[in-house]
Every structure is written in C-alpha cells, then in structure tokens.
Design a protein around this ligand. Structure first.
Ligand SMILES: NC(=O)C1=CN([C@@H]2O[C@H](COP(=O)(O)OP(=O)(O)OC[C@H]3O[C@@H](n4cnc5c(N)ncnc54)[C@H](O)[C@@H]3O)[C@@H](O)[C@H]2O)C=CC1
Ligand SMILES: O=C(O)C1=N[C@H](C(=O)O)C[C@H](O)C1
Length: 240
C-alpha cells in the first residue's frame, strides 16, 4: 500500500517504521514545516492517509485527505469538538474516516473491562469515581483522548455519573468523574480508573511501556480500511 503520513512526529515516525517493515511504501511524511507539499501532491496514488499531528491541525489534514478521496485513519486527540464536521464531509464525499482515541489492542481490552466494571458499579451509590492519566510533558491536550473515552463509557453505563471534570476545575455535584492529568517526562501513557468508598477501593489500570502498541494498531487499521467506506471505529475493526 502507498501511505501518506500526516504528522511525522513521535507517532508518525514509529508508524512509518512499522508500515515499511510490513511492506508498505511511505509516499510523503508531512510536518508543520513541509505541509505546503500537500498543495502539489496527487492523492490518486495514495491508498491510505494516517493522521497523527496536533489538535489544531487535525481538521485541515483530515479534510485534505477526504477531499482527495483518500481513506483516512486519525489518532490525533484534542480536536473532537469538530468531529461532526469531518464526519459530514466524509459522508458527502463517500469517503472513509476512522478515529480512535487509542489504537492499542491492550487499551481496547481495557475499554471493555472499564465498560463491564461500570455496569456493575451502576447500583453501587457509595463509590465515588475518579481517574488518573499520566503522559509525557510534550502532550498538548488534557485530559487525554483515552481518558475521555473511559469517562464517556462510564457516563453511558452509570446513571449517577453525569459528566467528567479535570480535578483542577470546579465540580458542581458529588457525582462527576474527576480526572487528574499528570505530565511526567517520557511516560508513553498510563490510565487508572478508581472507585472509592469508605470501606474499599476498586482500581483498574493500563500502562503502555512504549508507543509501539499504538503505532501497530494504526497500521493494522490502515490495512483494514483500504477498501471500506463510511465512519468507522475500533468497534468495527475489532472482533472482540
Ligand atoms: N490514538 C492513539 O492511539 C494515539 C494518539 N496520539 C495522539 O497523536 C497526536 C500526535 O502525537 P505525537 O506524535 O506524540 O506528537 P508530536 O508532537 O511528536 O508530532 C506531531 C507532528 O505533527 C506535525 N504537525 C503539526 N502541525 C501540522 C500540520 N499542520 N500538518 C501536518 N503535520 C503537522 C508536527 O510537525 C509533528 O511532526 C497527538 O494528538 C497525540 O495525543 C498519540 C499516541 C497514540
Ligand atoms: O499524546 C500521547 O502520547 C497519547 N495520546 C493518546 C491520548 O490522548 O489518549 C493516546 C495515548 O495515551 C498516548
């Protein structure tokens, strides 16, 4: 496959290495410095675009790929207030758009465990819900996209959980999910969900040891999306 990398940073570099090891060709590696290349690039020879850039550049990059008729796989977090626009553009162009806050298989298993635990905790009103995410100090957005997915999945399962808040923000009632976002040098990504009562705590945790799991997931999805259309997610891709 011919792949274009939109955002050749920490993730884009590992994704490119894994894609090349799997026999794919990287036709362009786009950064903030060489983005003008896209003006002259003929998208007809590109099979898939992989977008891991920054919150403020995701919409332009995704729109470029969709307008070129290139299926696009997006891992950039922190831009989701514009997701609906991108989905509408995809549908109007008959394209393919895949977003995941986290492409690692381990995290997607963790998402499933989180949903199951939340279902059990719906009736357990004595437990407060909180979350912690830890990432490297270069991360632009907080809380992480993964923490937002975890919180939204809990809100969908637990009646008393109405919304999430960063723990630095004001909280209007005792039933919100409090998220603590910590930034520590080089940490690839750690997420913990805790239910606390006076008598005990129940905790689930996922720790990424490197970025490899995220990158491999993105390449596998890119192979899978090549001949597909529509708005797609990990629920469509995974068989568990
Ligand atoms: N969904 C997932 O599984 C994962 C998502 N991420 C997300 O991916 C994104 C990228 O993460 P990193 O690679 O760590 O960031 P990074 O800062 O190392 O790389 C970002 C790259 O985007 C480029 N860029 C900036 N503006 C651009 C533009 N207008 N057009 C094209 N490229 C542009 C920068 O030059 C840089 O090369 C972040 O939003 C992060 O949260 C990171 C890891 C896993
Ligand atoms: O910026 C990162 O590094 C990561 N971002 C994603 C997120 O915001 O959840 C996924 C992963 O945790 C690494």
């Amino acid at each position: 496959m011919n792949i274009i990398i939109l955002g050749y940073g920490k993730m884009g570099k590992i994704i490119s290495e894994i894609a090349e090891e799997r026999g794919h060709t990287i036709v362009a590696k786009i950064t903030s410095d060489n983005r003008a290349q896209l003006d002259n690039l003929d998208g007809s020879s590109v099979d898939v675009a992989i977008e891991f850039s920054q919150p403020e550049s995701a919409v332009d990059n995704l729109s470029w790929a969709i307008n070129q008729g290139i299926p696009v796989v997006c891992g950039t977090t922190g831009w989701l207030e514009h997701k609906h626009e991108v989905e509408q553009l995809t549908l109007s162009k008959g394209g393919a758009f895949f977003y995941a806050s986290n492409f690692s298989i381990g995290v997607n298993i963790f998402f499933k465990v989180n949903r199951y635990l939340a279902k059990l905790m719906d009736e357990q009103h004595d437990y407060a819900i909180r979350m912690e995410e830890i990432h490297h100090t270069e991360k632009k957005d907080a809380p992480s996209g993964t923490a937002i997915t975890l919180a939204e999945d809990i809100i969908n399962k637990i009646d008393r959980a109405k919304r999430w808040n960063l723990d630095t923000e004001s909280v209007e009632n005792g039933h919100n999910i409090l998220i603590s976002a910590k930034r520590i040098d080089k940490v690839p990504g750690t997420h913990t969900v805790t239910y606390s009562s006076e008598t005990d705590d129940i905790e689930i945790k996922h720790t990424a040891h490197s970025r490899k799991g995220f990158a491999l997931g993105a390449v596998l999805v890119s192979e899978w999306i090549k001949n597909r259309k529509g708005i797609l997610s990990m629920d469509d891709f995974l068989s568990f």
